[in-house]
Design a protein around this ligand. Structure first.
Ligand SMILES: C[S@@+](CC[C@H](N)C(=O)[O-])C[C@H]1O[C@@H](n2cnc3c(N)ncnc32)[C@H](O)[C@@H]1O
Length: 352
């Protein structure tokens, strides 16, 4: 049983340490989770091992991914004004701004604000105002459940159990389409002494999404000196943030780990071989490519409908782990592990 005392994160810069191992608590914006993933009850990377031999898998058998077609109002308006389809980079700048605001929210405060706004809207008898206020209530409750209560977006225990056991020491880690860089920081906590390069072509990701990621958020990892658990914070990591298109990068094959989280599913099939190749291009021999993409499950489909104005500015698919693995396998990788965490499929692969 965890007997650690909860800590009020907002009052201290770096409020957690290994002494709180086993603790989980809610701040107004997110969950702190220092529960060890190795405890079986907390294991959250489910290795499905559904595919024994990837060479035998076919597209006829696994089918193609589900395409999310509900687009945000902001994208629709932009396209009306400009009389053309929104290009990918612009769509990412809209997405990153809209999404980031939700990580900053004082959720309990917003819930009570949105609920009283809804009650006031009822008194107007205007269907459009009532519908808008109801939408706000639904979205904040959904975000509270998905991100703050369930921790399905960051999912630290799932990520730790996915990332553990790689044969690397002081790895060089490249994160393609890094946004705030969460997963690379989690990897750097697990593999101390890591050198991290985050790449995103939206400058806002460097300055705001990563720049304003809370210094007080604890990443549970391991200590090189004791071999036991250790809590790290963003300022502890060795991170370089490159604002550029992945297609322009000139690194050699110098990385032990190349990862992307929610990137592959934003490209239609014609572009997928190129996106898979981005992961191979910078990998040392024997290095690991890590891919995750959102799962095709009814909860996720509903999430992208209710949160369309925040999430859907870009082309997006939801897929199964077999579909994701097949894209990766048929583009030259062997699949080392495959399975799922809370909201994402996950594959660890090595160049064949
Ligand atoms: C869906 S996000 C990744 C999910 C992320 N974990 C999040 O919370 O938003 C994909 C990121 O990839 C970036 N991106 C897409 N195409 C890119 C490219 N060609 N070069 C660099 N960055 C790219 C986008 O700007 C975006 O920030």
């Amino acid at each position: 049983m965890n007997t650690a005392k909860p800590v009020n994160a907002s009052r201290l810069e770096q409020p957690y340490s290994e002494r709180q191992l086993g603790l989980t608590e809610l701040t107004p914006s997110y969950r702190v989770d220092l529960r060890p993933h190795k405890d079986k009850a907390y294991e959250r990377f489910i290795r499905v091992n559904t595919v024994k031999d990837w060479s035998q898998l076919t597209w006829e058998r696994v089918g193609k991914p589900y395409e999310v077609r509900t687009m945000s109002e902001a994208r629709k308006q932009w396209e009306q004004e400009h009389e053309k389809a929104m290009d990918a980079k612009t769509s990412w700048t809209y997405f990153n701004k809209a999404f980031h605001e939700w990580f900053d929210k004082d959720i309990p405060k917003e819930i009570s604000g949105d609920q009283s706004a809804f009650l006031k809207s009822l008194a107007t008898f205007k269907p459009s105002e009532i519908r808008a206020a109801l939408g706000d209530v639904a979205r904040i409750h959904l975000w509270n459940y998905v991100h703050r209560i369930q921790d399905g977006v960051w999912d630290p225990r799932g990520k730790r159990s996915l990332f553990e056991g790689l044969n690397v020491t002081r790895p060089r880690i490249l994160f393609l389409g890094a946004a705030e860089g969460y997963e690379a920081m989690q990897l750097a906590a697990l593999y101390p002494g890591a050198e991290v390069v985050l790449v995103d072509y939206d400058a806002y990701c460097k300055t705001v999404r990563h720049g304003e990621f809370p210094d007080s958020y604890p990443f549970l990892g391991s200590s090189t000196s004791t071999g036991g658990a250790k809590v790290y914070y963003k300022p502890d990591f060795n991170i370089e943030y490159v604002v550029d298109d992945v297609r322009n990068l000139s690194f050699g094959k110098t990385f032990d780990i190349v990862l992307s989280v929610g990137l592959l599913e934003h490209f239609p099939d014609t572009y997928k071989p190129e996106v898979v190749d981005w992961h191979r291009r910078f990998l040392k021999d024997g290095g690991y490519a890590i891919f995750t993409t959102p799962r095709n499950q009814w909860k996720s489909r509903l999430f992208y409908v209710i949160m369309a104005d925040i999430m859907n500015h870009t082309y997006r698919e939801l897929m199964t782990v077999e579909q994701m693995g097949l894209y990766i396998y048929e583009n030259g990788f062997d699949i080392i592990r495959h399975g799922y965490i809370k909201a994402h499929n996950a594959v660890i692969a090595q160049v064949r």
